[in-house]
Each structure stands twice: as C-alpha cells, then as structure tokens.
Write a protein that binds this ligand. Structure first.
Ligand code: PGA
Length: 222
C-alpha cells in the first residue's frame, strides 16, 4: 500500500529527521523541485510533483523525465487538481505526461477527481470516466482519486464515498487507486480500511513528521 506525501509549494520537513522517523515504513515523498536531490540523498523514496513529456526542449518552467531519473527520483505525480485548476492542465496533457514518464521508467501517480459543482450536478462518474479514459494500464501507474472539494478543505470524503468512487475508477482501469483529500492521522484508518482504497496521497498532513509517519504506519498495517 502506497502512502505518498505531497509537500506542494511548502518547503517541508527536515529530510534526515523524516528518514529516521520512517524507519522501514514504505513511503513516497514529493517535495518541491529544489529539495529533490536532498531527499534522494537522505534515502527517501522521492517523486516529483509534475513531469513534462519531452526529453528536453524549449519548455520554460518544466522538468523532463531524464532529468528526474538522473537525480535518483523514482516517480512523479501528474495531473494534480491544482495543476488542472490553476495552470490549465488538460486531460490530453496529463495523458502525454503520464505516458512519457512511464516510458522513461518513472512511476506515476495520476490524479483524478470531481469538483463540488460536478458532484452536486450528478456528474462525478462522467468526470472520472473522461479523466481516466486518457490513461492506459501500466504496472508502474497508480491513480489517485482526489475529490477537489476535499483537498485542503478539511472536508474528507466519507469512507463510503471514497469506496464507491474507487470501485468505479477500478472498473474503468485495473490499477491501484490511492485516496487523497484531507487525509489525517485520525481519519486514515477508516479510509484505508475500504477494500478498494489502496493507499493515500496526503497533502497538508505530510508536512508534519509525526502525522505522516502515523499515516504510513496505518498504511503498512493494512
Ligand atoms: P490535502 O491535499 O491532504 O491537504 O487535502 C491532498 C492533495 O492535494 O494531494
């Protein structure tokens, strides 16, 4: 079971203290680009928060798969809702980033999820179908179901809502599905107990060493 911490544009915790606190617990951390090398050197399983599809080129502000691999980075998050909402990333772009990263040898966490308006309008399944349709099964691909209304809001999906969405995503694409959206040490156990919840993508709570280690421990005991 994968528990991944997305530090977003926060500097994040001390890498050596985190490494020591995690011990043998499986984990992934996705720090800002400026701390990737340090996290790799500290022995953390390290992913980037995005990756471009080209090996190199005139793409200001982007990072290529070979550049991440050269640092010892093992994977990347792709299509996070903040990328889609604030930086105009599309399903097609997410598909290209995902395919290129997988082809290069990176692991990928591809994010999907509906907004509050879409859920209220009864469009959740249509949105998920559209977002998942551009992805192809791969042994190094996992999907993260992150309802946008639950990200950073403290509003977690109930375990039932998460289970239903995860089962739906898996009916479309046979890959592990992580849950993301206000996962905390005190709600992780009931979310991760759902049969189709295969891990967690943790934002805010991953910035706290004790909280993140607690969630990783819950994940590893499942
Ligand atoms: P959150 O973020 O845990 O702070 O809600 C989750 C995410 O965006 O991956």
């Amino acid at each position: 079971m994968t528990v991944a911490g997305n530090w977003k544009m926060y500097d994040g915790p001390d890498s050596h203290a985190l490494r020591a606190a995690l011990g043998d617990l499986p984990h992934v951390v996705a720090p800002p680009y400026t701390r990737l090398r340090e996290c790799v050197d500290a022995g953390l399983t390290t992913y980037a928060q995005n990756v471009h599809w080209a090996d190199e080129g005139a793409f200001t502000g982007e990072i290529a798969p070979p550049m991440l691999l050269a640092l010892g980075v093992e994977g990347a998050i792709v299509g996070h809702s903040e990328r889609r909402q604030y930086f105009g990333e599309t399903d097609e772009g997410v598909a290209r980033r995902t395919a290129a990263a997988l082809a290069a040898g990176l692991n990928v966490i591809a994010c999907v999820g509906e907004t509050e308006e879409q859920r209220e309008a009864g469009e959740t399944e249509d949105v998920l179908r559209r977002q998942v349709a551009v992805l192809e099964r791969h042994e190094r691909l996992v999907v993260a179901y992150e309802p946008v209304w639950a990200i950073g809001t403290g509003k977690t999906a109930t375990p039932e809502i998460a289970q239903e969405a995860h089962a739906f995503v898996k009916s479309l694409l046979d890959v592990p599905v992580l849950y993301g959206g206000s996962v905390k040490p005190d709600n992780a156990a009931e979310l991760l107990a759902q049969p189709d919840v295969d891990g967690a993508l943790v934002g805010g709570a991953s910035l706290d060493i004790d909280g993140f280690v607690t969630i990783c421990r819950i994940g590893s005991s499942r």
